[in-house]
Structures are given as C-alpha cells and as structure tokens.
Ligand binder design. Sequence first.
Ligand code: GDP
Ligand code: IMO
Ligand code: MG
Length: 445
Amino acid sequence: MGRNTAVVGLQWGDEGKGKIVDLLTADHDLIVRYNGGANAGHTVVVGGKKYALHLIPSGILSPEKTCVIGNGVVVDPAKLLEEIKSLHDRGVKVESNLKISSRAHVVMPYHKEHDAALEKVLSSAAGKGDRNLSIGTTKRGIGPAYADKIHRSLSVRMGDLLDREYLAARLEVICAIRSRELDALGVKTPPLDSAALTEDYASMGQRLAPHITDTVYELHDALREGQSILFEGANACLLDIDHGTFPYVTSSNCSTLGIPAGTGVPGANIDHVVGIMKAYTTRVGEGPFPTEELGETGDYIRERGNEYGTTTGRPRRCGWLDLVAVRYSAMICGVTSIACMLLDVLSGFDELKLCTGYRLKDGTVTDRFIPDAHRLPTAEPIYETLPGWQEEIVDATDRDSLPAAARAYLSRIEEITGLPIDIVSVGPDRAQTVRSARPTAALGG
Ligand code: GDP
Ligand code: IMO
Ligand code: MG
C-alpha cells in the first residue's frame, strides 16, 4: 500500500511531534509508539483544548483509530492508568482502541527511586570539583528500566502482571536485590515489600488486561488487511542511545532505527519519514548544545515559545537552528520531508542565524555532526545570517501569505538540508498549520 509513515524528532526533543502525529492521524489507521516511556510529553491542542500525552500515542484523540504501545516502550502502569483516567474525564475514549504489548517492559517504583538517587549522587560529585556526570533525566525510571531489560534476569514485562504467581516469585528475588542496591545509593527507605508490590502491580495488570495483547501479530494482521500505520517517535534522534550526544541521551533508540525492534514491523514497511524540527533549537537537561544562546536571544525564544518542559516543567535551553545537527538526524532517520515547527516564535528578530558548519579547535571546518558529548563542545558554530521579520504569523494559512523573509528562511533550510518542508506550524493549535500545496506522499496524498 505504501502508506506507512514515521514521525521523528530531529533535535533534542519537544519539537512538536504530538501536534503532527495528531494531524497525520487522519491519514492512517493505527498510531504506534515504539520507544521511550513517560519521559515523553507530547502536546496536542485542538480547538483551544490542550492535551499532554506521555505514554499513550497522540492519535488517541481520534476515537475511530487504534493506538498501540509497542514492545520497545517501557510502561509505568500507574502513570498509564492516570493518563487513561484523565483522558476519560475529558471525554476521550480509551477502550479497545488502545493496545499494549505484553512484551513491553514495566517501569517499577524502584526504577524511579534508582534514577533519582543516581542523579543526586552524580550531581553532588560536581560540588567536589569533579565534572558533573548527572544527565538531568526526567526521573521517570527510564534508564534503570531499560537497563533491567538488557540485563534480563530482573525485569518484569506487561504480560507478567497478568500472572500473579509468576509475578510474586520474580518480585521476591528482585526486591531483595534492589533493596540492597538502593541502600548502597543512599536511599533511606525500608526494604522493598515484594508482597505489597505484587498486590499493587497485579491489580494494575487486571485493570489494564483488556488492552494487553501480542501487538506484533496485531500490527502484521492490520498490514495484511491493507491498513496503514503511523509510528510516533518519542524523545528525538540526538537523544538516541547509539546515535545521540552520548552519554547525555536517553536509553532507547528514538531515531527511526528503533521502529523495527520496538514494534516487530520491518523497516522496509516504512514509506515516509516526517522529520520534526523547530525553527530554532532547544534542549532540556544536561549535555552539549553548540548553538545555545544564554543571553537575551535565548530568553526571547523561551518566553515567546513557552519553552518549559511538558513532563517536568523545567525551562528549556534555547538557541539558533543547528542545521549540521538536523542534517545528521535526517540522514540517520531516512527523513523524506520536514515539518518546521514554531516558526511564529521567531517574529520580531531583525536578523536570524542558521548554523551551517562547525569550526574545530585546530581551525578545520566541518559540516559533520559530532555525536559525542566529550568532543562536541570543541565545535564552534559557523553561522549564516538572514533577515528576520516583524509581523506576527499565527494566522497564516498558506506559505505564500508568510512574510518574504520567513519564506526565504524556509527556502534556505530546504536548500541546506536538501529536503522539502511540507508542513509549517505557526501556532500550537491543530488549525495553525500551513501544509504544502503540492500533494506529497508524506502527507498521505
Ligand atoms: P513533542 O514532545 O515533540 O510532542 O513537543 P512538546 O509538546 O513537548 O513541545 C512542543 C510545544 O510547542 C507544545 O507546548 C506545543 O503545544 C507547542 N507548539 C507546537 N507547535 C507550535 C507552533 O507552531 N507554535 C507555537 N507557538 N507552539 C507550538
Ligand atoms: P519528548 O518525546 C526532551 C532528555 C532528558 C534528559 C535525557 C535523559 O517530549 O520530545 P531520561 O529521563 O530519558 O533518562 O532523560 O533525555 N529527554 C527529553 N528531552 N523531550 C523528551 O521527550 C525527552 N525525553 C528525554 O531531559 O536530558
Ligand atoms: Mg515533549
């Protein structure tokens, strides 16, 4: 059929993936998360109503579509139940339209405690004059849960929550070991109570049971029937465990390379990849960011763009658009078209800067990204300066109605990346979207 699409972040997250997934949901039958967990915060605004989604795919607002949490996601059942309830309370249907992989690994309370405790230990090491090795995680237990998955012996999967006896036996061993580890990290709590944990998680399993299934067969059955899939990336390519700015990354393959492993659908089934990119760059948490603006420019972008985290509320670091990074992510993810988000935030600048290369310490110039947090800080951005525009553009409906300088900014990005910008977003609402006049495959046309 050739209609399966992936949506992926090309920067350090929060590019506006939720908005575009909601928009492209209309052209697909199933919307599938393949990575990450409740560290993601995807915002969808429809008719002035705002929804923040963390574990449930952003397609959930379209009740006739099926949403799938794939095996590559780490699921915090308590958070998921909270999210289901808050959607229910707002009249959003979450019933048989949500499927959860029985093979997705569970985020347990001790994962979150471990995440927070390790971050604390690492950041206090900085006070003693050492380098700050804390990552600035969301403290959602993501790293420890994925570590358990890779380590195998001490992990719990969603399907395990449905078998109380099996769960109890596993948790007995796990809790004994985890209690000792938490103690060593300085967490002052009583030893973990495996019986209470079994009770809680088995009961959450029962509540989630109608959704838990073998999603791999569900997806392949759907594909055989000619249905189309929209894959929703969480986090972003520069946070990918293998290809991001290691170690300041998250613990999953958030690039499109994570799709096959995280869903059981081979990569050859992905026909279009929409790379989501802000018109500038942001980052939340620690780690290098070559085009970061610490003064007035960064503050102006943060305030106009309301750049505060959807999950943690932390202020996001802001700076100019880094096209070296975007081109790298587009290459890794196989991007076929770009959605340029939050263009409205840039109104009011006399001049705008685009980073097109890096100058290294020895004076050499490169257009290659450096996916290594130890070496990236040695890169000094090389900028091209373009004229800005003063007009507000939040009501623009087509690309021709944008100010000439905004059109020139977009065209220059297309030239440098070699990719078409098929979607331009000029405000948070679903309606504040300028779509390409030419029908493209990426738009389902
Ligand atoms: P995601 O994690 O990639 O889904 O992005 P987030 O939801 O964390 O952050 C994007 C933020 O930008 C949200 O608050 C959106 O409502 C908002 N947003 C999305 N597109 C636009 C846009 O074009 N203009 C403005 N001003 N805000 C936008
Ligand atoms: P969405 O899907 C922005 C960042 C965290 C931290 C690092 C590791 O909303 O774009 P973790 O809790 O995953 O161990 O944190 O990754 N991070 C994100 N930053 N948006 C996200 O998701 C993120 N998910 C993780 O801030 O620096
Ligand atoms: Mg987000």
